[in-house]
Design a protein around this ligand. Structure first.
Ligand SMILES: *Cc1c(COP(=O)(O)O)cnc(C)c1O
Length: 399
């Protein structure tokens, strides 16, 4: 054992503790839900989960997972092209393709693996990949692995994007998050699609936070903007709204998906999604269609909670998604505020530098359909107490 190296790691961790940015894992003793039991804090209301439609502990999702495990066992103990693909993978993938309006789809063990499998496979030498500067880490790393020329445009800056398109070599690929997870804002997809059509670019949207949430029927940011058929490639996660376990996907044309089956490294050299997860995610997709009331309730919850925060004197960032960020400034302050809220029975995370720019640390609230009116009222009361104590809110404005 190299103890000198271990001491070096320990010193780095001490520096994180001293800066107030050390992350403590919280241990839950049951399923993700509106309220969870946390070993460190007792029963708390959850405002920090991506379980937007409450499907993580939905009885039908659990039952489908159990059935999947019984029927298929744990998995094929190999990668798909060597030992076979289960029919439940094919069923999941055709459900993904038809739900989101693409010819075909391919599942991966995570959206991270999907992005990292997709981007280097298509953005090859002689071409150009152009990425929004605030894209998710998995897109950034996927671009790093690509042989194509790499370019970045300023967040949401369409003039900058057009400049990069003019200078692109070969086929330009534009890649963007659908919903930006720290802001709750949307990509300017109508403009992006127009620019892509003008410059013959291929558009890739990772809609991990929009899938199941945005658009009239929860089909995501593409539906929100009415751009069905005009985005080339969609990636997304099954680990947020769609059951919350794990898994990701790429959806696109038959030729694209077949190319990924042949060449995508995280597909060729890594195991398939576990059968139990394929089955539970497929059920989650079916529930998205069969129970539109989940989405309605979630939207009502977002309106109610935003309105409540504003009446208390908070000024959350505006936006149409389920992400409601409250900017508080300093990183250590955001973490201290989330610790205080946890003591008041509300689990919500503070994010600071380097995840968000210096000086814009924030409390990020995420709203689920599973929260009851009583949960939301209790959470608002906690925000009022902590906000007043820490001087984040002044005198409440009248209702
Ligand atoms: C959460 C997220 C991912 C990662 O998804 P996993 O399935 O957990 O790997 C990728 N992209 C975006 C935009 C995300 O928000």
């Amino acid at each position: 054992m190299n103890t000198a190296y271990d001491r070096q790691l320990a010193a780095d961790l001490d520096a994180l503790r001293a800066a107030g940015t050390y992350k403590h894992l919280r241990h839950l003793t049951g399923p993700m839900a509106a309220e969870v039991h946390m070993e460190e804090a007792g029963d708390v209301i959850v405002l920090s989960s991506n379980n937007y439609l409450g499907l993580a502990d939905h009885p039908d999702v659990i039952a489908a997972g159990i059935d999947g495990l019984k029927k298929y066992g744990a998995g094929t103990a190999s990668v798909r092209f060597i030992c076979g693909t289960l029919d439940i993978h094919r069923e999941l993938e055709s459900t993904i393709a038809s739900t989101f309006g693409f010819e075909s789809a391919l599942s991966y063990v995570s959206c991270w693996a999907a992005n990292e499998g997709l981007l280097p496979t298509i953005a090859t030498k002689g071409n150009t990949i152009i990425s929004d500067e605030l894209n998710h880490a998995s897109i950034i790393d996927g671009c790093r692995l690509a042989g194509a020329k790499r370019a970045r445009y300023k967040h949401g800056d369409m003039d900058d994007l057009e400049r990069q398109l003019r200078e692109a070599e070969g086929t330009p690929f534009i890649v963007t998050d659908g919903v930006f997870s720290m802001e709750g804002s949307l990509a300017k997809l109508p403009e992006i699609v127009e620019l892509a059509e003008k410059y013959h670019a291929v558009t890739i949207v990772d809609d991990s936070h929009g899938t199941g949430v945005m658009g009239k029927s929860g089909r995501g940011t593409i539906e929100h903007f009415g751009l069905e058929g005009r985005v080339d490639i969609l990636t997304g996660t099954l680990g947020k709204t769609l059951g919350g376990a794990a898994g990701g996907f790429v959806a696109g044309s038959h030729a694209l998906i077949d190319t990924l089956v042949q060449r995508s490294r995280t597909q060729l050299f890594s195991n398939a999604l576990p059968a139990t997860v394929a089955a539970s995610a497929k059920k989650a997709l079916e529930l998205l269609v069969a129970q539109p009331e989940l989405l309605e309730r979630q939207r009502e919850n977002i309106r109610y909670f935003r309105g409540g925060l504003e009446r208390l004197g908070f000024r959350p960032l505006a936006g149409p998604s389920a992400i409601v960020p409250i900017i508080v400034g300093d990183t250590a302050f955001a973490i201290a505020m989330s610790d205080r809220l946890l003591k008041e029975g509300v689990f919500v995370t503070g994010f600071g530098f380097p995840v968000v720019p210096e000086g814009t640390a924030r409390i990020r609230v995420q709203i689920s359909s599973s929260l009851s009116r009583a949960d939301l009222d209790r959470a608002l009361a906690a925000f009022e107490r902590v906000g007043t104590e820490l001087g984040v809110i002044g005198k409440p404005v009248s209702a």
